[in-house]
Design a protein around this ligand. Structure first.
Ligand SMILES: Cc1ncc(COP(=O)(O)O)c(C=O)c1O
Length: 407
């Protein structure tokens, strides 16, 4: 399939004196809106053609390229929901922070589902729960798949939304590679975002947000409000490339076999290899990194390895060899009890947070999912995970915000 944006960039490789932004003044692909390069904000040329192709491939009425990650797609979709009358969004408490942030900015009420965990892994909502709670919102947002490769009940959720006459929105930040398959978000959602930089070969921040006809206009308005006015052409070109990238069945099959061979979680997404290392997780990460093998994240129990159609067979075999040598530890995932906190809070060092009542959700980044939630007693396991994490969110200068309690 023709790559329209790449062809435009290649076609302009002659003399080019840059008296325009960007300030690095180098020739090359990192250009701005010039007479020949179309304009993402009102495309009529190569970008328009590339987006039309993407919509066709993804089964959408309209698709919009994003150079600001799935985050801006989530904001645009939630704007479109609000513009079309929604006021309350039912979603998992494990939704990405962009969902909660967009609700806050847009004045949408975030109606959290239960958000349960099993063996330390955040679970998707069940169909039973969705059926019971769907009436509490004007729209439903699902994350599909999630960082651990699990899917929500997509077919059932679609039927519930149809029955309740409310839209279904899918955060597919981790599902762009699925557009070949039956679980693809675009087969179920009214609007959905594909994080093509995560599971397809786009540059970091490349994403696509799409809509069925009914939501296309509102989504276009949302996109125009939240996206940068200086989109990166290298990212745009890579988004088109990623959407048109062919399926790699060889890697998919190898990945499925590898999962069984190394005792990974039996999830349904071939691209997410999740391995339980328990209290050996930090040591396993160090040992792998010493051999040049870098996982996507270590949540304190599990190491997660992110695959894509560009993952080579040799790389998978090297990973399998290295993993098999590593000891597996005991999983620890005692969730703390939930309680009401008062008004007053204080910051405490992580070394003193065990047993305290958390006042601000925090966790390891990535996956950027709450490890300790507001109103949860901090367990020893959670404290250990936060203490050894390389990167966290929700802490303030390395300290945890907790509720002040009567001694
Ligand atoms: C479920 C989910 N949604 C949205 C996002 C945001 O994507 P991006 O980083 O491309 O803005 C992430 C990022 O990790 C995510 O995990």
């Amino acid at each position: 399939m023709k790559l329209h944006i790449r062809a435009m960039l290649k076609g302009q490789r002659g003399r080019h004196l840059s008296f325009h932004t960007p300030g690095h003044k180098r020739r090359g692909e990192d250009i701005t809106e010039l007479s020949y390069s179309d304009n993402l904000l009102s495309p009529t040329g190569c970008i328009a053609r590339a987006q039309q192709d993407a919509a066709h491939i993804l089964g959408a009425a309209r698709s919009f390229f994003l150079t600001d990650g799935s985050t801006s797609g989530v904001f645009a979709m939630l704007y479109a929901l609000k513009a079309r009358g929604a006021r309350r969004l039912v979603a998992s408490p494990f939704s990405h922070r962009s969902v909660k942030n967009a609700c806050m900015v847009l004045g949408l009420e975030f109606v959290p589902l239960k958000g349960e965990r099993a063996e330390g892994i955040p679970l998707q909502p069940t169909l039973k729960e969705l059926a019971a709670r769907i009436g509490e919102g004007d729209a439903l947002l699902l994350t599909s798949p999630d960082y651990y490769g699990n899917f929500p009940p997509l077919k059932g959720a679609r039927a519930l939304c149809d029955g309740a006459h409310i839209p279904l929105v899918i955060d597919g930040a981790h599902g762009a590679h699925l557009h070949f398959s039956a679980e693809y978000a675009g087969r179920f959602a009214d609007m959905w975002v594909d994080g093509v930089h995560k599971s397809l070969p786009a540059r970091t921040q490349g994403a696509v947000v799409s809509a069925r006809a009914e939501y296309a206009e509102a989504l276009e308005e949302g996109v125009s409000l939240f996206r940068t006015t200086s989109p990166s052409y290298p990212i745009l070109a890579s988004v088109e490339y990623a959407v048109k990238y062919p399926r790699n069945l060889k890697t998919e099959l190898l990945a499925q076999a590898l999962k069984r061979e190394v005792g990974a979680l039996a999830n349904a997404d071939w691209s997410k290899l999740v391995l339980p290392f328990g209290d050996e997780a930090d040591a396993a990460q160090r040992a792998l990194e010493a051999r040049g093998i870098y996982p996507e994240f270590n949540d304190g129990n599990y190491l997660m390895f992110y695959l894509s159609p560009c993952t080579k067979a040799g790389e998978l075999k090297a990973l399998a060899r290295a993993i098999k040598k590593l000891p597996r530890g005991k999983l620890h995932f005692a969730a703390g009890a939930r309680e009401e906190g008062g008004e007053a809070t204080e910051l405490v060092p992580l070394s003193a947070c065990e047993g305290r009542l958390c006042a601000k959700e925090c966790g390891v980044f990535p996956p950027c999912l709450p490890l300790v939630e507001r109103g949860e007693r901090v367990s020893a396991a959670a404290q250990r995970t936060l203490l050894s994490a390389r990167s966290t969110f929700g802490l303030e200068e390395g300290k945890m915000r907790v509720f002040l309690e009567e001694p």
